[in-house]
Ligand binder design. Structure first.
Ligand code: ADP
Ligand code: MG
Length: 325
């Protein structure tokens, strides 16, 4: 396959940022890692497959950054401080330029976040990237899907639907002004995991999820795990300015909830109504919008209402690998 699999590891992956809690990194059969006292270790991994999770012609740097971001987003959702990364990569061929772009983007993101690449696996086959990220929370402090309580507010960070529209733009199904297209594509290719938000929320919230499959699907996971229901006001869905421009131009031809298909990597969390002012302060200090879009109730399942209070069926949105064949 390669000049040698070991040359690839040595050349592109070995020189990673260093952390004190990594006793032994890349090079032996396992990494040896030191978990800080009083902390719990959280671990998440996600696979991105060419043609399934990203179009085949996606830039190598974008693939690397996204593979890391989607995992950091999972850690953020539970309020964890990320620390260690491992990478299992399957490559169709040895392409030095591709590997250079991929690895430099990966290392750049890893050092920006103060992480270390501690190991992985390198194989040949159709392009696929599996990143695992591990991090810590104070014992018992992880935010869980199962902790929503009737009466809690449902809040969402950032804006929704941008990446889904970015994909339609990339696939030539939709066109918008060049500057807005650049924004949507950036949201698709370079999602920013809300790590700091997750860490801050963990002090005051017990329940969160990251929005990877679409708001309705992911909030549905919270409701199922918590054994409760929720009502969402559709006019409160947070939308970016470019999205508002797009919807205005499309007039009524688009239902915005059809764009709630995932890849947002924002956080959805539930919080006691008494803490609204804390949430506003967090939003201001992180310069990240946080919107309350609904309320948890004692029922079951998700009800979405329009401004007139009519129920709207949003059950067909959201991404599911097995229902999309
Ligand atoms: P083993 O055969 O014992 O599983 P490998 O030969 O697959 O070990 O890997 C050698 C070392 O390189 C290990 O420490 C492994 O974690 C690391 N490694 C392999 N591939 C990657 C990669 N893509 N990124 C980072 N580390 C890697
Ligand atoms: Mg071994």
């Amino acid at each position: 396959m390669f000049s040698s699999e070991f040359d690839v590891i040595e050349k592109y992956f070995k020189s990673s940022a260093r952390r004190d809690d990594v006793v032994l990194g890349i090079g032996d059969d396992c990494a040896v890692l030191e978990v800080p006292d009083g902390k719990q270790l959280l671990s998440s991994s996600d696979t991105l497959i060419a043609g399934v999770h990203f179009p085949e012609d996606t830039d190598a740097g974008d693939i690397a950054a996204k593979a890391l971001a989607v995992n950091l987003s999972d850690l953020a959702a539970m309020g964890a401080v990320p620390a260690w990364v491992s990478l299992a990569i399957t490559l169709p061929e040895q392409d030095p330029l591709w590997l250079q772009e991929f690895s430099s983007a990966l290392h750049a993101e890893i050092s920006k976040q103060g992480l270390q690449l501690i190991g992985g696996d390198t194989t040949r086959g159709a392009l696929s990237v599996t990143v695992q990220v591990m991090g810590f929370v104070d014992r018992g402090k992880a935010m869980l899907r199962s902790n929503a309580k009737a009466g809690d507010l449902v809040c969402v960070s950032g804006s929704l639907g941008d990446a889904a529209l970015g994909l339609q733009i990339k696939q030539g199904e939709v066109s918008v002004a060049a500057e807005d297209a650049a924004y949507f594509l950036q949201r698709l290719n370079r999602p920013q995991a809300r790590v700091e938000l997750g860490l801050t929320l963990a002090d005051i919230c017990r329940c969160a999820i990251d929005i990877s499959d679409g708001l309705f699907a992911d909030l549905g996971h919270i409701l199922k795990a918590s054994g409760c229901g929720a009502t969402i006001e559709l006019d409160k869905l947070p939308l970016s300015q470019p999205m508002r421009r797009y919807l205005e131009e499309a007039n009524d031809a688009i239902n915005v909830y059809e764009l709630m298909r995932g890849d947002d990597y924002e956080l959805c969390f539930t919080v006691s109504g008494k803490l609204v002012s804390d949430i506003d302060e967090i939003a201001a200090s992180l310069e990240l919008p946080i919107n309350c879009i609904g309320i948890i109730d004692e029922g079951s399942g998700l009800r979405c209402v329009d401004p007139a209070g009519n129920s709207i069926d949003t059950s067909h949105s959201g991404y599911d690998h097995f229902s999309h064949g």
